[in-house]
Design a protein around this ligand. Structure first.
Ligand SMILES: *[C@@H]1O[C@H](CO)[C@@H](O)[C@H](O)[C@H]1NC(C)=O
Ligand SMILES: *[C@@H]1O[C@H](CO)[C@@H](O)[C@H](O)[C@H]1NC(C)=O
Ligand SMILES: *[C@@H]1O[C@H](CO)[C@@H](O)[C@H](O)[C@H]1NC(C)=O
Ligand SMILES: *[C@@H]1O[C@H](CO)[C@@H](O)[C@H](O)[C@H]1NC(C)=O
Length: 498
């Protein structure tokens, strides 16, 4: 059996060439524009908006109460996952395994080219509720590296020291008008954290990370929303947003997926001026393609000369890659709307080079789960797009991961895509060959660290489910990478080769 499934993986993993094609300017898909897909997702995610979470499954294949069941089994209680001793050494990845606790299957992690440095449970990162989601980082002027770890009841704040140890410094609780929520997203703007949540009436917190510089780890600080925020943006329709993205160069944030869809901003791009972080305000919104789930907003630098220096957002809009010219902040200028065969939930993506925008990588969160198109096999698919013409993006190829699962948030640094792929953990894909070969035929995995051993024995090496890694922060100069997991807590890992 083992041999057969291994063979299957090898065959599938070798197949890169996409039969999927882009669909230019697709008709509006009623299922998405009406909010049917999104509302089903929201209903499953936010059952009764109880302070304790709920579960998340999309309805097309029937609601499956995985998370509720896991909660009931106590698996979301992070205290069952022991933190690493603060004096213990790093554990190298040897022979495909990082044996953090030798002989303990739940503390032995499959890996390649990534070593283990530290782990702290959500409980030891100050959370009463656990439940990890987003994360971000900040580097001080003198090179110290700090992180924020989103949890259901707020954001844990910590430093990663030179040895890769995670040192808890305190926390910023969720905004007090909101309930706890697993859906909390954090991004960075200069020395500030910008934090939004899907919880009603949360709004957007703006917190100055330099407040951590003098905190004594022996006395972690619980910061206060009344006194310690630099700014607070209260201009979202009902205070909830799926994510906040940042264009630091142009000094603004964008709330994406801010409910409700019936609002005049239609859950599209809601711009927030951060020129003065203590007085954020919205100069307008771009509602014209409806709900935007995630986006990357950049000053355009690339071969499409007519957009040189324009302010561009690459929108991941459930069923399309939609590229906006957002130079004018109170109107919608769509450059292109493009779908693709098998699109199920166009989720997030990143350009391969922010300084020369020719290609981007895109993840579809539900193609594996819904068994759609290229994702039908359950092996996660990363889609490659040629964006050398912003008006006519082309789907040029794909990479199919060797382990079953779901691909999620990704960032690209120097030709490597760093991905948080739920139950298959942190995955690093070498995409440096895309400019020479956009089909992705020479794309390969450069390393991985699978923080969720529980599903490793499943057929295909993993489960197609929403478990394990939600996010990671790979931008530190030291190479330390923070990985935030839904159940356990936060890991620090580092590539062996750099
Ligand atoms: C918080 O949760 C409670 C219990 O479900 C609910 O009654 C209340 O409306 C929620 N509050 C907000 C602000 O969402
Ligand atoms: C590993 O964790 C799972 C729960 O995720 C538990 O059911 C199992 O007993 C644990 N195994 C060991 C060896 O501790
Ligand atoms: C955006 O434009 C609308 C009319 O199209 C106007 O009513 C509104 O005041 C504008 N918002 C801002 C912040 O300028
Ligand atoms: C693929 O990439 C490797 C380096 O990553 C290079 O040595 C090799 O020549 C490339 N092969 C092809 C067919 O482009």
């Amino acid at each position: 059996m083992k041999t057969l499934s291994t063979l299957g993986v090898a065959l599938l993993a070798g197949c890169h060439v996409a039969s999927a094609k882009e669909i230019v300017n697709p008709a509006k898909n009623e299922k998405y524009t009406s909010g049917e897909v999104h509302e089903a997702l929201m209903a499953a995610k936010h059952v009764g908006d109880r302070p304790t979470i709920n579960f998340r499954q999309l309805t097309p294949n029937g609601i499956k109460a995985t998370w509720a069941a896991r909660e009931a089994q106590g698996l979301m209680d992070s205290t069952i996952y022991a933190s690493r001793d603060s004096a213990a050494d790093a554990v190298p990845c040897v022979g495909g395994l990082a044996e953090v606790v030798p002989g303990d299957a739940n503390n032995t992690f499959k890996c390649n080219n990534i070593d283990f440095y530290d782990f702290k449970s959500h409980a030891d990162l100050g959370s009463a509720m656990g439940g990890g989601s987003s994360s971000w980082g900040w580097t001080s002027e003198d090179g110290r590296e700090f992180v924020a770890v989103a949890q259901r009841d707020g954001a844990a704040l910590a430093e990663i020291n030179a040895d890769g140890k995670l040192i808890y410094l305190g926390r910023l609780p969720q905004y007090p008008t909101a309930n706890a929520s697993l859906w909390r997203e954090i991004r960075g703007y200069k020395n500030f954290l910008v934090i939004g949540s899907e919880a009603y009436y949360h709004g957007i917190q703006i917190f100055d990370m330099s407040k951590l510089l003098d905190v004594d780890p022996a006395s972690p600080v619980t910061f206060n929303n009344e006194e310690d925020l630099t700014g607070y943006f209260n201009g979202l329709p009902v205070g909830r947003t799926h994510n906040v993205v940042i264009n630091e160069e142009k000094q603004y944030a964008v709330a994406v997926g801010a409910q409700p869809r019936t609002h005049s901003c239609a859950s599209g791009l809601i711009f927030i001026d951060l020129t003065d972080p203590s007085a954020p305000f919205s100069p307008g919104c771009a509602p014209g393609d409806g709900y935007v789930h995630d986006a990357q907003c950049l000053v355009y630098r690339g071969p499409d000369e007519q957009f040189d220096g324009r302010d561009i957002c690459y929108g991941y809009n459930e069923d399309t890659l939609t590229i906006f010219d957002v130079t004018d902040k109170n109107t919608t200028n769509i450059i292109s709307r493009t779908s693709y065969d098998g699109a199920s939930y166009t989720h997030q993506g990143w350009v391969t080079d922010t300084q020369w925008q020719e290609f981007l990588v895109l993840d579809d969160e539900y193609d594996e789960y819904d068994k759609a198109g290229e994702g039908a096999s359950g092996y996660p698919v990363t889609y490659f797009w040629d964006i050398r013409s912003l008006a006519a993006p082309k789907l040029t190829g794909l990479y199919r991961h060797p382990t079953k699962g779901i691909d999620h948030n990704q960032f690209v640094i120097d030709g490597y895509a760093y991905q948080s792929n739920y139950g298959s953990g942190l995955r690093i894909v070498d995409i440096s060959s895309l400019p020479e070969d956009p089909t992705g035929a020479n794309v390969s995995e450069a390393g991985y660290f699978d923080i969720y051993p529980e599903d490793d024995e499943a057929e295909g090496g993993g489960s197609v489910d929403f478990v394990g890694t939600w996010s990671h922060y790979p931008f530190f100069k030291s190479g330390h990478i923070l990985v935030n997991t839904i159940e356990r807590g936060a890991f620090v890992v580092k590539r062996t080769d750099i």
